[in-house]
Ligand binder design. Structure first.
Ligand code: 2PG
Length: 249
C-alpha cells in the first residue's frame, strides 16, 4: 500500500545574461549566458547519470527556460519527448524593478524593502509602466493571458496552480516522469505548495540554476514522500548561498 510514487523533476534555467549582470529579470526574455548553456547541459548529464529520464517536459514562454530544457534533454538523449509551454510557468513578473540593478536597488531602498520585494510572499513591487522598455504588455506571446504588470510570489502560485492541476497532474497520474523547466520564483511557488512551506518560511528558500531537483510524489496525495533531492547536492548548497546573497556584494 502506498508504495507507488511518481517522479517529478524541477529544473531552474541555467545562468542568464541578466543573472550574470545582477539585474532584476522577471518576464524580460533574456538569453542564457555561456555559463548558463554549460549548466543546462550538465543538468541533462546529471539526469542521464542518475537514470532519471523525463517522459514529458513543461516549460515557460521564456527562452532561458525553453533553451535550458532543450539543452538538458539533448544531453540526456531525451530531446524527442513532448513539450508543453505556458506563461503560467513564467518567472514572477518583477514589475517596475525589471531591468534594474539589484545592488543599486538595495542601496537606494535599503535591505528591508529590497528583501520584501525579492522574497516576501505577498508584497509585489510597484507595477511596471505600460509601454515602457521592459514591459511585456504588447508581446504577442501573452495575447491569451491576462495583463500582468507586477506579481508577488502569492500571485505566481495562484496562476501556476491551475496549470499544475490541469496539465502536470494528469501527466504524473499517467506514470510519466515529469520535468518542469522553469524559474527561480515559479519553482519556489511550486515547492511551497508541494512541501507546505509557510508564508514566512518561503522567504528563506532559494533555488540554484541548472541542478535537477528530484521529488518522489505519493500516488494518492501527489505530495512528496520525502525531501526533494538535488542531483549534485554540494554544488546546489554553494549556489543556493550565492542566490540568497545576490545584490549584497
Ligand atoms: O531577477 C529575477 O527575475 C529573479 C531570478 O533571477 O531574481 P531574484 O532571485 O532576485 O528573485
Amino acid at each position: 500500500m502506498g508504495t507507488m510514487t511518481y517522479t517529478l523533476v524541477l529544473l531552474r534555467h541555467g545562468e542568464s545574461e541578466w543573472n550574470a549582470k545582477n539585474l532584476f529579470t522577471g518576464w524580460v526574455d533574456v538569453a542564457l549566458s555561456e555559463k548558463g548553456v554549460e549548466e543546462a547541459k550538465r543538468g541533462g548529464k546529471l539526469l542521464r547519470e542518475a537514470g532519471v529520464l523525463p517522459d514529458v517536459v513543461h516549460t515557460s514562454l521564456l527562452r532561458r527556460a525553453m533553451n535550458t530544457a532543450h539543452l538538458a534533454l539533448d544531453a540526456a538523449d531525451r530531446l524527442w519527448i513532448p513539450v508543453k509551454r505556458s506563461w503560467r510557468l513564467n518567472e514572477r513578473h518583477y514589475g517596475a524593478l525589471q531591468g534594474k540593478d539589484k545592488a543599486q536597488t538595495l542601496a537606494e531602498f535599503g535591505e528591508e524593502q529590497f528583501m520584501l520585494w525579492r522574497r516576501s510572499y505577498d508584497v509585489p513591487p510597484p507595477a511596471i509602466e505600460v509601454g515602457s522598455e521592459f514591459s511585456q504588455d504588447a508581446d504577442p506571446r501573452y495575447a491569451d493571458a491576462p495583463q500582468v504588470l507586477t506579481e508577488c510570489l502569492k500571485d505566481v502560485l495562484e496562476r501556476a496552480l491551475p496549470y499544475w492541476d490541469a496539465e502536470i497532474v494528469p501527466d504524473l497520474k499517467a506514470g510519466k516522469t515529469v520535468l518542469v523547466a522553469a524559474h527561480g520564483n515559479s519553482l519556489r511557488a511550486i515547492v511551497k505548495y508541494l512541501e507546505g512551506i509557510s508564508d514566512d518560511d518561503i522567504a528563506g528558500l532559494n533555488i540554484p540554476t541548472g541542478i535537477p531537483l528530484v521529488y518522489e510524489l505519493d500516488e494518492e496525495t501527489l505530495k512528496p514522500v520525502g525531501p526533494g533531492k538535488y542531483l549534485d547536492p554540494d554544488a546546489a548548497a554553494e549556489a543556493i548561498k550565492a542566490v540568497a546573497n545576490q545584490g549584497k556584494k
